[in-house]
Design a protein around this ligand. Sequence first.
Ligand SMILES: *Cc1c(COP(=O)(O)O)cnc(C)c1O
Length: 395
Amino acid sequence: MIYLDNAATTKTSPAAQQAMLDCMEQFWGNPSSLHTPGQRAAEALAKAREEVASCIGASPREIYFTSGGSEADNQAILSAALLGKRKGKTHLISTAIEHHAVLHTLARLEKEGFSVTLLPVDESGVVKVSDVAAAIREDTALVSIMFANNEIGSVQPIQEIGALCREKKIPFHTDAVQAAGHLPIDVVKQNIDMLSLSGHKFHGPRGVGLLYVRKGLPLLNLIEGGAQERSKRAGTENLPAIAGMAVALKEACDHLEENARKEIVLRDRLIEGLSKIPHSALNGDRERRLPGNVNFCFEGIEGESLLLLLDDKGIAASSGSACTSGSLDPSHVLLAIGRPHEVAHGSLRLTLSEETTREEVDQTIQAVTEVVARLRAMSPVWDELQKGVRPYVIQ
Ligand SMILES: *Cc1c(COP(=O)(O)O)cnc(C)c1O
């Protein structure tokens, strides 16, 4: 199988697996216990916390382990909203292309009386810093803008947005789930107040993530209970997963540039190959995108059928985000960059890892080219486009 769905999840690395096994064998104690097995577990937890903190330029006391990226996003947003409300601030700023963990949390707050501004993005999927500046109000409680998009890979001007928010004294959260381990992150240099990441997007285990919260910024907990994570996230720590994530993040950050360089070469080869398909269009910017992200629209076909036929040919791909595939709604991200509904349905996301090979990329180009041609041959829409009954949207 050629696995090109690394934005949905990655294969757990051997080192991460080993760290998890070691934890289960040696550090099975409860880190809150005072006896020796407990203290050994507490030490392993502290080591993992130091490791992940150093990977993003944070200090260990600024790290809160969670059950994943979704929980970290929920906590950052709900906490900032509820703390803001206490001071009469009930306005939240985000973008139209966020992950549903952010968008649905904001929608819930909107029902509770908060006002939400979802900023647009340009045709390459990037938000304008001047739009963020213009949206800021006296009563803005939070700006939450993703580091890099999970569907089209567009990378946002995080450092500039962070600087703006710092100047206006508004907490700034970024969902860095797709960026962590793939793009350089330095929370201090990039002016980030809160950041979410998730273990399974950089070859760590799933069901674990973290929220970074800058020292001095208050944080409310979502889960009531014990005093774990300095009382901000109750529940006995999932130490094997935390240790696996820490090892995976360290590995990814140690090889970040080398991996990115390798992936960019193959990504660009894939983009070039797929661009030769008539009436196809790359979604997102040619350059300003995640090293492993390729996303195309093909006119006249359905993304779902494309995926099934590619799976038959041994290629695991996606039509966009794992969370929306299976539903017939076109991607909110593709609509936000201006793709019309009928074209947004025919999208294909291929996400590489550092293990992807040139042979795999070449096989994929060939397979997608064949499958698109085959689907078009059966498509009544394509027939109409060919006959000029309706105009092409993608030239
Ligand atoms: C995968 C993903 C999430 C969710 O992370 P989980 O750990 O699966 O909950 C959130 N945001 C983005 C951008 C993602 O890609």
